[in-house]
Design a protein around this ligand. Structure first.
Ligand SMILES: [Zn+2]
Length: 343
């Protein structure tokens, strides 16, 4: 009996210690070589993975490594596929075989697949989810666990299926709006259907627009600004030039922008120029140096996780302080970290 009480006492002491230390909200930008894999871990240890890279062991392994070995997770609580392209949905099948994934979310599988969506990847996704998926529409929220000691955590979908918050389903992709309105040709790929999401933690605000393209981006900020200014922006579509409409970037006014590009994919010079032109952008990070262009069109090396094409797959980590008032951006592979204040 005495031993039982002793064990109970130790358990109580350990649990009160672990809750006493204030914890950060962490966001990991995992290198999947030009795909996307963004892992969010809340102070209470709840996790959300947005996209899973390419259908290759390399990406599933890199995600599992960050989730398990770096973040100390035992499972992924929420997994979101922003859209059906192989650089976003590809890794989930292999990942889920080696690491538990609990809830699956997406923008819905179209009844008829367009030519840019691979049937085999959809079949593999259906098999791994056993059909138990949640379709997210613009305006939907995912609730995170919280307690009274923490700033509020809010996660909201602002775009899905080329429709933004407040629009009716089936609204046109191209909606003239704004003095400098210049649409691009209607994007018939699944990029336009991508989920766009806003995460807030107290005053800290993070926007991840998946691979949203130009015309839908315009609808997010005109006639109504549906997002507002953010602290952190995962640059849309790996930094491609048919995304990152300057109207959106000017409206987001991100202090920090992170491009999840590959060595030969994304981080387009036009997007880099757009980001540089926005006064409020203080730092641009890239997962890779764009080896196709020059250093003039890349951010300085201290802000790049992987310089060489033949790389170790280094990630970028953002830690938001327990009170949500500042955030630290770190490239662990280079032992470089900078702290930014929330606006
Ligand atoms: Zn992509």
């Amino acid at each position: 009996m005495r031993r039982f009480f002793l064990v109970l006492l130790i358990v109580l002491v350990v649990s009160s210690c672990s809750t006493a230390a204030p914890k950060t909200l962490d966001i990991y930008f995992i290198d999947v070589e030009g795909g996307a894999a963004t892992l969010i871990v809340t102070p209470l240890g709840e996790s959300m993975l947005i996209d899973s890279g390419f259908p290759e062991q390399r990406d599933a392994e890199r995600i599992r490594h960050v989730a398990k070995d770096v973040a100390g997770l035992a499972q992924i609580d929420h997994y979101i596929t922003t859209h059906w392209h192989r650089d976003h949905v590809g890794g989930i099948t292999l990942l889920a075989k080696s690491f538990p994934v609990k809830n699956f979310y997406d923008h819905g599988i179209p009844a008829v697949l367009s030519t840019d969506i691979n049937q085999q990847l959809i079949d593999a996704y259906r098999a791994v989810t056993q059909g138990k998926t949640i379709t997210l529409n613009a305006g939907d929220q995912i609730k995170f666990l919280t307690d009274r000691s923490l700033p509020r955590i809010n996660f909201r979908v602002v775009a899905s299926n080329a429709v933004v918050v407040g629009e009716a389903a089936g609204s046109p992709q191209i909606t003239p709006c704004g003095a400098d309105f210049k649409p691009i040709d209607e994007d018939k790929t699944d990029n336009a259907n991508s989920l766009g999401m806003l995460l807030t933690f107290g005053a800290f605000r993070f926007f991840d627009g998946g691979d949203l393209t130009w015309n839908v981006e315009n609808k997010l900020v005109c006639p109504k600004d549906l997002i507002g200014a953010v602290d952190l922006f995962q640059v849309d579509h790996h930094g491609a030039s048919n995304s990152n409409n300057p109207e959106l970037v000017r409206s987001l006014k991100p202090r920090v922008a992170i491009i999840d590009n590959g060595p030969r994919k994304g981080a387009d010079p036009k997007t880099y120029a757009t980001l540089k032109s926005v006064r409020e952008v203080e730092a641009i990070y890239q997962l890779h140096k764009n080896v196709v262009t020059t250093w003039l069109e890349n951010t300085p090396a201290a802000y790049i996780a992987n310089d060489d094409e033949n790389c170790q797959g280094e990630f970028i980590k953002v830690s938001v302080s327990p009170n949500g008032r500042s955030y630290r951006v770190e490239i662990p592979g280079k032992k470089i970290a900078t702290t930014y204040q929330v606006r």
